[in-house]
Design a protein around this ligand. Structure first.
Ligand code: SF4
Length: 69
């Protein structure tokens, strides 16, 4: 799984940080989302998908499958 965030769309609601704090954080300066890790391990993937579904502006992108570089 690979995760992306669109900081242009993010409104800083913080939902994603609540749902998956291991993966998402908020910038101290502007409150917008930052990624702690881009390829979350298996045990975090369910919470990442939930975070993506619950983001009010759809700023979180999730690509399933093996990571490619
Ligand atoms: S849930 Fe969406 S809008 Fe809220 S902080 Fe996370 S990425 Fe930004």
């Amino acid at each position: 799984m690979r995760v992306t965030v669109d900081r242009e769309s993010c409104c800083g609601s913080g939902n994603c940080v609540v749902n998956a704090p291991e993966v998402f954080d908020q910038d101290d300066a502007d409150g917008l989302v930052t990624l702690r890790i881009t390829q979350p391990p298996e045990h975090l993937q369910e919470s990442v998908e939930l975070a993506a579904q619950l983001c009010p502006v759809g700023a979180i992108g999730v690509t399933r499958g093996a990571a490619t570089h």
